[in-house]
Design a binder for this molecule. Structure first.
Ligand code: CAA
Length: 705
């Protein structure tokens, strides 16, 4: 392997180049190389100044995340930074691409920074449950001020380097090859007498003018907006230290807090998610070089909420969409809803009026199926009715181009049965969007029995184009996400009958970190919808013959208590207010129902609520994994984090289960089988769970088949 860091000296300027694809992360060989090169250049009396640049697509994108959690390897990044900062000649960071995390911290230790016009900088550590631990919390406030630095670190957002042009953060924006341009800039500056300047010596600008409650307000804000997260509070403490303590003491605060973050399960969960998201597109039997089909024009069938949201996803990405609904009125309503959504975004300043016009200009309405004839991809998003969907697919098979991909957005029906209606099922698959489709990041890509590899590869690429995270699922009822939801919702309903208060169930789940509990979620989604699906499944013999199953929700639906939309569900809602209120009528109804069904009522504690909601969900996840419906446990985590709001800092349900301990979960399932009874198999452990525990194997290492 060639060395990832190289030093070349020309005309008394040393150029240090980091070349470690894909993103020049600060792995051990990069740190060692940097240290050696910086020391050599600093000690060379012939060298007047140093340029630090990177080869490839980006400046250093941060520490090497894959090294985290492993024993530290010398040299430490701090040693490298000290060598850079202590050099007695100017060191210029030449930034292109993205200088992120430890990468930006390296640049902030240089005496000067120049950047390409499209370069971006950022400290995204918070997204990994960390804080910038290489001086970033102390140096960034010294160059961009406290409010901007705090915002950058709490959001982890990237900022345009050009925004800071001409300030100590970024001295100059340079055109052309950034390495060459930086050398020229440095040569000129040296001739003009440029001397090294250390950011550590600068005062924090505007520190005295901060309102006295500035940091307390920030703490309150993160307690509300970043609920349950550990790192944001530590970031605030570090920036406060930058304002109140001398630099070296501030650094010490940063170091201590960084170690606490690094050792936290939250960071382990978020680091797991970082790699999990990047794994989803890797499909073992589909080579990376599988050819994909160009997707330029899309047709969406059905102008309801889902169809409209899906159409917006494509228009947002600049693709032409034909929205088809055979009812003229439904079509116009759908188009108006889309326009209204865009206009609301514009009113909030998220879109310009021009954006609204451009995006609406990409969406064309049609009332005939022939509107789909020229599309490269057709997505059907009509009512969940197999006969209707098969009719549509039969028609599409005939009228669309032979190479067009045909997708269904079904969430409950068998994709293979739908595909069978066409002559060529290899072009058919499921694209399961989550509501609201234009907002939710998850896209379940359902691979049918006959789906062609290039069709799948095309849709995986397409997911990226429309800013979604595509996760491949096999065909089964509910695919990955909704199938796991079943046990979660079932137990919530059963616990109501057994004596738990709705607000306690929802509180436990909310405190665990989900945006809302299962009962509030039912009220939001509509209890009538769930009741209808249960009725269909019961008629098809697909539900357990348990009279308690869904009983509370079926009764609510029968009484017209459909949830928020009717002002009454499990909870009562005051007009125009989404705040759920306990309703004594519901308490009475549940008590009566429990008596009718012969369910004894008792006190249920928080621990039981949590275990009974989440362990069946994990257990089903293990079945899904073993059946090969999901390709890896981390795919399931991505589905639950991006589709259902499972807290990313818990790493998704499967990572969380591993953290809790698979053996503990297995014991709990057996315990509930004994204490609650297991007539319907609710507590039967997934065979994979038993095997993993018996073999002492990590779930993260398991691959189906
Ligand atoms: N460490 C290790 N691997 C990394 C990495 C990192 N910091 N950043 C990216 N990679 C890997 C990815 O896992 C991916 O690998 P595979 O191809 O094997 O899947 C590959 O590099 C390309 O990454 P992306 O697919 O994300 O490429 P992209 O072009 O879409 O995005 C990026 C590039 C903006 C740099 C993005 O990768 C990114 O945001 N990376 C993380 C940056 C980050 O969080 N840095 C802070 C690290 S923590 C730190 O630095 C602590 C400290 O204070 C010292």
């Amino acid at each position: 392997m060639t060395h990832p860091v190289d030093l070349q000296t020309r005309d008394a300027i040393a150029v240090i180049t980091v070349d470690s694809p894909p993103v020049n992360a600060l792995s051990q060989p990069v740190r060692a190389g940097l240290l050696a090169c910086v020391r050599q250049a600093a000690a060379d009396a012939e060298v007047r100044g140093i340029v630090l640049r990177c080869a490839g697509r980006t400046f250093i994108a941060g520490a090497d995340i894959s090294e985290f959690g492993k024993p530290p390897a010398e040299p430490a990044l701090t040693e490298v930074l000290e060598a850079i900062e202590q050099a007695d000649k100017p060191v210029v960071a030449a930034i292109h691409g993205t200088a992120l995390g430890g990468g930006l911290e390296v640049a902030l230790c240089c005496s000067h920074r120049v950047a390409a016009s499209d370069a971006r900088i950022g400290l995204p550590e918070v997204k990994l449950g960390l804080l910038p631990g290489a001086g970033g919390t102390q140096r960034l406030p010294r160059v961009i001020g406290v409010p901007a630095a705090l915002e950058a670190m709490l959001t982890g957002r990237m900022l345009a380097a050009a925004e800071f042009a001409g300030t100590p953060a970024i001295e100059a924006i340079l055109e052309g090859d950034i390495g060459e341009a930086a050398v020229e800039w440095l040569a000129r500056a040296l001739d003009a007498g440029l001397a090294p300047r250390r950011l550590r010596d600068l005062p924090v600008p505007g520190a005295k003018d901060l309102p006295p409650d500035f940091f307390d307000t920030a703490r309150k804000r993160v307690a509300r907006d970043m609920r349950g997260q550990f790192a944001p509070r530590q970031i605030i403490a570090c920036i406060e230290a930058a304002v109140t303590l001398p630099f070296d003491e501030g650094l010490k605060v940063e170091r201590d807090r960084f170690i606490e973050c690094m050792d936290s399960p939250q960071s382990a969960g978020l680091r797991h998610m970082f790699f999990a998201e990047r794994q989803t597109a890797k499909i073992p039997d589909i080579a990376a070089e599988t050819p994909t089909r160009p997707i330029r024009a899309v047709a969406v069938i059905g102008a309801g909420t889902m169809g409209g949201g899906i159409a917006m996803c494509f228009a947002n990405a600049g693709l032409a969409v034909t929205l088809i609904d055979t009812g003229e009125e439904a079509l116009q309503r759908g188009l108006e809803t889309i326009r209204g959504n865009y206009q609301r975004s514009a009113a909030k300043g998220r879109l310009s009026e021009q954006d609204v016009t451009t995006r609406m200009g990409l969406i064309r309405g049609a009332t005939q199926m022939t509107g789909a004839a020229q599309a490269d991809l057709v997505i059907e998003a009509v009512f969940e009715d197999m006969a209707l969907k098969q009719k549509i697919f039969r028609e599409l098979g005939e009228l669309c181009r032979g190479d067009a991909i045909l997708a269904t957005n079904t969430s409950t029906l068998d994709v293979d049965e739908i595909a069978a209606a066409t002559v060529d099922p290899s072009r058919v698959l499921g694209l399961h969007f989550f509501s609201p489709a234009n907002v939710m990041r998850l896209l379940e890509i359902v691979r049918g029995r006959d789906t062609g590899p290039d069709v799948l590869a095309t849709c995986l690429r397409l997911a990226k184009t429309i800013s979604k995270i595509g996760v491949v699922s096999g065909v089964c009822y509910g695919f990955i996400g909704n199938r796991m939801l079943e046990g979660y919702g079932r137990e919530a309903g059963l616990m109501l009958l057994e004596g738990a208060a709705p607000e306690d169930i929802d509180r436990v789940i909310f405190e665990f970190g989900l945006p809302m509990g299962p009962l509030a979620m039912g009220d939001l989604a509509g209890n009538d919808v769930g009741a209808r699906v249960r009725a269909q499944r019961r008629a098809a013999g697909r539900l357990p013959a348990d009279p308690r199953y869904g009983a509370v929700h079926d009764r609510l639906a029968a009484l017209g208590r459909h949830g928020q939309k009717t002002g009454k569900g499990i909870y009562a809602y005051a007009p125009g207010n989404r705040q759920p209120q306990t309703d004594p009528e519901v308490t009475a109804l549940i008590t009566e129902l429990a008596a009718d069904l012969g369910v004894a009522r008792r006190r249920i504690d928080d621990r039981e609520i949590l275990e009974r909601c989440l362990y069946p969900l994990v257990n089903e996840g293990l079945r899904i994994l073993e059946e090969g419906i999901a390709l890896r446990a981390s795919d399931i985590d991505v589905v639950w984090v991006y589709g259902y709001g499972f807290p990313a800092w818990r790493g998704g349900p499967m990572h969380w289960a591993e953290h809790v301990g698979l053996e503990k979960i297995l014991d709990a399932l057996r315990h509930y089988a004994k204490t609650l009874g297991n007539d319907y198999g609710y507590w039967t452990p997934a065979p994979l769970l038993e095997r993993l525990v018996a073999d002492n194997t990590r779930l993260a290492d398991y691959r189906p088949g």
